[in-house]
Ligand binder design. Structure first.
Ligand SMILES: [Zn+2]
Ligand SMILES: [Zn+2]
Length: 143
C-alpha cells in the first residue's frame, strides 16, 4: 500500500496550522512522523480529552523547513552503522573529486529505505552520512 511522505499543516486541534512531517494516505489516514512521540501521546488520549493533552506543546513547527529538518534529525538518530554485506563493495564516501573506494563488507543504513550505502570503517559515521544524504524530502512508497 502506497504511503505519501511530505510536510503538511495540522488541520485541527490546538496546533492547527503548524507544520509537521507526515506519512500515510487517505485510506489509513495521515500520521505525524517527525514529532512522533507527542503524536502517539495525543492519539492515545480519548477524543473528548484530546485538545487538552499536554503533548500538543511538543508537536508542530512554524515553517515547513523546520518540519523537514526535524524529520531529518529523527531519521539520522536511527542511523545504523553495523550492517554487513555478503560480498565486498567499494566505499562510496565522497573524497576529493572521487569516492573513497576502500573495499568494505559493511554498510550504513537508515531504515527502512531512506539510505543504504557501503562505507568503510573510516567513513561509516553520522558525519559522512549527513554529508551524503540530503533527505528525506518528499517521497512515496510502500513497505
Ligand atoms: Zn516535528
Ligand atoms: Zn571510505
Amino acid at each position: 500500500m502506497v504511503q505519501y511522505h511530505t510536510v503538511q499543516q495540522l488541520d485541527s486541534g490546538p496546533r492547527a496550522g503548524a507544520f509537521v512531517y507526515t506519512g500515510g494516505n487517505d485510506r489509513i489516514g495521515r500520521y505525524v512522523e517527525c514529532c512522533s512521540d507527542a503524536w502517539l501521546e495525543i492519539i492515545r488520549t480519548p477524543v473528548s480529552e484530546r485538545d487538552a493533552c499536554a503533548a500538543w506543546s511538543r508537536i508542530g513547527h512554524d515553517t515547513a523547513d523546520e518540519a523537514y529538518a526535524h524529520m531529518r534529525e529523527h531519521l539520522l538518530e536511527r542511523l545504523s552503522i553495523d550492517g554487513r554485506l555478503a560480498d565486498w563493495s567499494g566505499c562510496i564516501a565522497p573524497v576529493g573529486d572521487g569516492i573513497c573506494d576502500v573495499p568494505t563488507k559493511r554498510f550504513a543504513a537508515i531504515r527502512p529505505m531512506y539510505f543504504q550505502r557501503p562505507l568503510c570503517d573510516e567513513h561509516r559515521t553520522r558525519e559522512t552520512v549527513e554529508a551524503m544524504w540530503d533527505g528525506p524530502g518528499d517521497w512515496s512508497g510502500s513497505w
